[in-house]
Design a protein around this ligand. Structure first.
Ligand SMILES: Cc1cc2nc3c(=O)[nH]c(=O)nc-3n(C[C@H](O)[C@H](O)[C@H](O)COP(=O)(O)OP(=O)(O)OC[C@H]3O[C@@H](n4cnc5c(N)ncnc54)[C@H](O)[C@@H]3O)c2cc1C
Length: 203
């Protein structure tokens, strides 16, 4: 990356790697924000509903979710791995999450599977009796899988990554955010490198 001294107005600048940084008040910063809005990512995401619910809070993005009013949901449910069964330690504002004892992990996984199985059978049974899918779905828990399309630009994506690929984010959405970030880095390596280098701050 080259360094040029210049005093004056810059219009529609183009640089070889597609990312422009300038020094303002002695600090290197992204030059403006809008360059990161001239691109589009579209993702097809499949997650449990409790992850989708966190994801949909990111308003700078467009979503279309599969309909559970008109379509019978497949019986796919999130069962945590043993390593993901955790306990919450600490107090509000400074929680940490530690693995549970093995016996608790085993029991937790068995409980998830047993309850999911029962609820899904009741869901199917209501639909077979003619109850509308839009009503029968109310039986299903947060752990049922949904899927959606998600479209947004790189600036909004960096906002999502700064919040959700972060130690503060819940493990399950963080796992997705890590995968999203790997794909983002592959598509826009120079922008991603700067995002990381400058503290994962959103331009
Ligand atoms: C670790 C963590 C814990 C959370 N816990 C909770 C919780 O307990 N309860 C809860 O309700 N939510 C919770 N959230 C969700 C959080 O409050 C945000 O809704 C979510 O992270 C989306 O962030 P955002 O608003 O920056 O994103 P977007 O909605 O995508 O917005 C992007 C940016 O656009 C601007 N913007 C968007 N809408 C407006 C607006 N209406 N007015 C002004 N500026 C706007 C802001 O600059 C914003 O940062 C949590 C999020 C995280 C990461």
């Amino acid at each position: 990356m080259g360094v040029e001294s210049y005093n004056g107005t810059v219009h529609c600048v183009t640089v070889p790697n597609g990312t422009l940084y300038v020094r303002r008040n002695g600090h290197p910063v992204f030059s403006g924000n809008s360059p990161f809005e001239h691109n589009a990512f579209r993702w097809h995401i499949r997650t449990p509903v409790f992850v989708a619910r966190e994801w949909f809070r990111h308003r700078i993005g467009s979503f279309n979710e599969e309909s559970a009013r008109y379509h019978t949901l497949e019986g796919d449910f999130y069962v945590p791995s043993r390593a993901a069964v955790r306990t919450q330690v600490g107090k509000p504002g400074s929680y940490s999450f530690e693995p549970t004892e093995d016996a608790v992990a085993t029991e937790t996984i068995a409980t998830f599977e047993r309850i999911y199985d029962g609820l899904y059978r009741e869901y199917q049974s209501l639909i077979e009796k003619g109850v509308a899918k839009e009503l029968a779905r109310a039986l299903l828990p947060f752990g049922v899988y949904t899927q959606f399309y998600w479209s947004l630009n790189a600036r909004s994506l960096m906002n999502f990554l700064s919040l959700r690929n972060s130690p503060n984010a819940q493990y399950e959405i963080r796992t997705y955010a890590e995968a999203v970030e790997r794909l983002f880095a592959a598509q826009m390596p120079a922008t991603h490198e700067c995002f990381v280098e400058f503290g994962r701050r959103v331009p």
